[in-house]
Design a protein around this ligand. Structure first.
Ligand code: C2E
Ligand code: CA
Ligand code: CA
Length: 670
């Protein structure tokens, strides 16, 4: 436009100049002053002059008209472009702004009203920086300075206040308007509303650091917070903080009995109670006004690292005893009954506490220490709170070592099968053998009490017992051939909870039976009543599946769990193994003897056979015979022994019975 205006000035200037020159020329010719009008030369010259000037004027007019047309065309084009610009800016979804080099608004597209709620009057009354978030202002100014100097700014994200007070995220690019001389006359800024995208990104980030059920920070976020504190603490060791690891006692039982949805509901209620009592960090809701006394008044972070576990980071402790007090209050608060679909639920938690105490420690170490202390609280009776100490650490290290050693032992084939006879109390004959594992380490023979539990928790038991089952079935088949009897010798094999939880347990056992050719009717699977009762519905299904193989089912350690005989009726079991603790007290305690008598009686009523475990004395054996118990197992007959010893025992028994038969025959013929 400036160029058009320049050209117009030039045109008008030349027109005025030409007009003046022509006027002057004509005047000087019309009023010749010094020359005589009759002079023929002069008259001739005058004509020539007039003709010449007229030609010039004509030429000049043509030129001016041409120029004028050109200017009109340019003007029309400019007007069209302006219309187009207006059409685009007025209808663009993006907000387009033009500002002068001082930040004063020159133009704002109508999208400003749609997106940010500001009308032209609101915008006129403010500068372009007024609505920018204070934290983002420096960045925005820097970006516009850059755009002014280089001509084009970089993409920038910043926050702007909506007229309703909320914050919106904008993504903007700025371009400079420059004069032909390169001077910046203003900036054109195109702003896009990316609030929805930003919120989605934030939600995603939130989800990856929060637990979806309770919306509490997850393990990663908790460790991140904790690590930050640990880092600060390395420089300021006067800071005291603690980690509480909270685990709901017997949560699995609630989950199994109430259903998973109700279990989840319970966890949410626990999270709410904990949240309400802890004031502090932003991820923890502040306790509502009027809520009863806080568990802890300082900064704290509550997280759900997994399953039925919660963790609390308590910052700024005055004294370690504060943490213990918090733990006790948590226990009291969670002891108030919960409501699950109208059902009253009473639960308890075990809490482990670890304090900042060792300069080299990391967040992971602290959380692990708190967890170790929690396990100690569980194993020493639940509903308790324990503070981590170094003996626990040593214990945990030992356990880790045991895990590693166990894995190696599987590879090195260090497990041995021992057998303990089960005898008929009536005939004194060996009728069956229970397989019991031993771990043959180079230096010693390790008993199951030292490794079965860990092997089970870690799943290593699966490899151990697969091997054991195969070997024992194979062995029994061979003994059945060597020492035939009627009914044939049976084999008892223990099933742990990990094995019981395997979906393909029945098919695994079925395969082993097929491979070894052992009659399924000769295999007794021993399952403790605690395992069987854990998830009664599932147990019924699994036990029925196993039963369909043709094997027999024994309830092991009967009397140590919480089950009753009537509940056992639901399961297709064949035999009860009365726990050693009852048998060992039978000969000294009348009440125990009475209990065993009733168990045997009720079991027979349910058509179950009974094996008495841990029979050590003849007195016990006699009492059991009197009561009507048919089978016994214990040191009185034999300790668990290796296969060679069993073979010897079976061979002796076979010889003895052959001798008896021979004697009987000879006495008959004598
Ligand atoms: P359990 O199934 O109750 O096995 C009987 C335990 O009582 C055996 O201990 C046995 O040695 C012991 N015992 C038998 N008679 C007597 C007695 O008269 N007096 C005394 N004081 N004890 C007696 P063991 O072999 O140490 O096994 C302990 C537990 O470890 C077993 O208890 C069983 O639950 C588990 N276990 C052992 N081997 C295996 C295995 O290979 N697989 C599985 N799943 N569990 C196993
Ligand atoms: Ca057993
Ligand atoms: Ca037992």
């Amino acid at each position: 436009m400036r160029q058009v205006e320049g050209r117009e000035w030039w045109l008008w200037g030349s027109a005025v100049t030409v007009t003046l020159v022509l006027t002057f020329g004509i005047l000087s010719l019309a009023f010749p002053g010094l020359q005589r009008p009759t002079d023929t030369v002069y008259l001739l010259n005058l004509k020539e002059w007039v003709r010449g000037l007229a030609a010039l004027v004509l030429l000049f007019d043509i030129y001016t008209m041409y120029q004028q047309r050109q200017l009109q065309r340019i003007r029309r084009q400019l007007a069209e472009r302006e219309q187009l610009f207006q059409l685009i800016t007025e209808n663009a979804a993006d907000m387009i702004a033009v500002i002068d080099p001082n930040g004063q608004r020159l133009y704002n597209s109508p999208a400003y009203q749609k997106i940010l709620g500001y009308g032209p009057e609101d915008l006129a009354a403010t500068s372009s920086m007024d609505q920018v978030h204070p934290d983002d202002r420096a960045r925005v100014m820097e970006a516009s300075a850059k755009a002014s100097s280089t001509g084009r700014g970089e993409r920038l994200e910043y926050r702007v206040r909506h007229k309703d007070g909320s914050w919106r995220f904008l993504e903007s690019t700025a371009s400079a308007i420059q004069s032909p001389e390169g001077e910046t006359l203003g900036l054109v800024i195109v702003n896009r509303d990316i609030t929805q995208r930003k919120r989605a990104e934030e939600r995603l980030a939130h989800q990856s650091f929060h637990d979806s059920l309770t919306d509490l920070p997850n393990r990663s976020l908790f460790l991140d917070r904790l690590q930050r504190i640990v880092t600060v603490w390395r420089r300021h060791s006067e800071l005291k903080f603690a980690v509480l690891f909270i685990d709901v006692d017997e949560f699995k039982v609630f989950n199994d009995s109430l259903g998973h949805a109700a279990g989840d509901g319970l966890l949410v209620q626990i999270a709410k109670r904990l949240t309400a009592g802890l004031r502090g960090a932003d991820t923890v809701a502040r306790s509502p006004v009027g809520e009863d006394a806080e568990l802890f008044g300082g900064e704290s972070t509550l997280a759900r690292p997994g399953g039925d576990e919660f963790a609390v980071l308590i910052e700024d402790l005055h004294d370690p005893s504060d943490a213990i007090r918090v733990a006790e209050r948590i226990q009291q608060r969670l002891a108030i009954p919960f409501d699950s679909n109208g059902q009253e639920i009473v639960l308890s938690v075990s809490i482990g506490i670890a304090f900042s105490n060792n300069r080299g420690m990391t967040a992971q170490d602290l959380l692990r220490d708190a967890e170790i202390a929690m396990y100690r609280a569980k194993s020493s009776g639940k509903a308790r709170c324990e503070v981590f100490d170094h003996a626990m650490h040593a214990c945990a290290i030992k356990r880790l070592q045991l895990e590693t050693d166990l894995r190696k032992a599987v590879e090195l084939n260090q497990f041995r099968v021992y057998y303990q006879p089960i005898v008929s109390l009536r005939s004194g004959q060996i009728v069956g053998l229970e397989t019991l594992s031993r771990w043959q380490r180079p230096e010693s023979l390790v008993m199951p009490a030292e490794f079965i539990a860990v092997a089970d928790e870690t799943g290593i038991i699966l490899s151990i017992n697969r091997q054991l089952l195969y070997e024992a079935c194979h062995q029994l088949r061979s003994w059945q051939g060597l020492f035939p009897s009627d009914p044939p010798l049976t084999l008892n094999v223990n099933i742990t909870s990990k094995q019981f939880a395997q979906p393909d347990l029945a098919s695994q056992i079925g395969n082993t039976l097929q491979e070894t050719g052992l009659d399924p009717g000769c295999l007794n699977l021993e399952i403790t009543e605690t395992i069987a009762m854990g998830d009664a519905d599932r147990s019924a299904v699994v036990l029925t599946e196993l039963k369909a193989l043709g094997v027999h089912l024994d309830i092991d350690d009967f009397g140590t769990g919480y089950s009753s005989l009537s509940r056992l009726q639901r399961f297709p079991v064949d035999t009860l193994k009365v726990d050693r603790s009852f048998v060992s007290r039978m000969d000294t305690d009348v009440d125990t003897r009475e209990i065993v008598r009733i168990i045997v009686m009720l079991a027979h009523g349910l058509r179950l056979k009974v094996v008495a475990e841990g029979v050590e004395t003849q007195a016990q054996a006699d009492l059991l015979t009197d009561i009507g118990c048919e089978l016994a197992q214990g040191y009185l007959y034999s300790k668990p022994v290796p296969a060679e010893t069993i073979e010897q025992l079976l061979s002796n028994a076979a010889n003895a019975s052959a001798n008896t038969r021979a004697k009987a025959a000879s006495s008959r013929f004598a």
